[in-house]
Design a protein around this ligand. Sequence first.
Ligand code: ZN
Ligand code: ZN
Length: 171
Amino acid sequence: MGARADAFDLGQLALSSGEGRRLELEVPFQSFDFGGQRYGTRDEQVPAVLDVARTTHGWSLRLRGEVALEGPCMRCLEAAHPAVVVDSREIDQPGGGEDLSSPYLSEDELDLSGWVRDAAALALPAQIVCREDCLGLCAVCGENFNTAGPEHAHEPEPDPRWAALRELKLD
Ligand SMILES: [Zn+2]
Ligand SMILES: [Zn+2]
């Protein structure tokens, strides 16, 4: 198990240009909103591997890990456990313009927590489900089709035209 790190001071590594270091860290995970629902992790921290390389004037960084998320299934609202693989790179080259500036780095301080959360959110599938064949909720009464059983059904609404016909008195 690595050291706990919300933010990590790259300067403390005292790397010179061309040198690199691989670090195993425990990164605190902040929950986030996705598709109107809230997703987080069961454990407060997620294990991650950070590769740091010192370039001539900046940093080349890679963050990897597996994040076991928890949050509601988008079909039935029961608990879902999407696991995402994070593999994200950042380059920071002072004076190199916006493309070469990492939003997670200020001076030599790396916002690991923000980076791993954003990378996990980006790696999520478009729809989070408790299982691939989740049947969702009944549109009429909201019952969970996964547990309701195949006989769950509602009487179709009577067609208003038939009601009008029934009121016709045929002599
Ligand atoms: Zn579901
Ligand atoms: Zn129903």
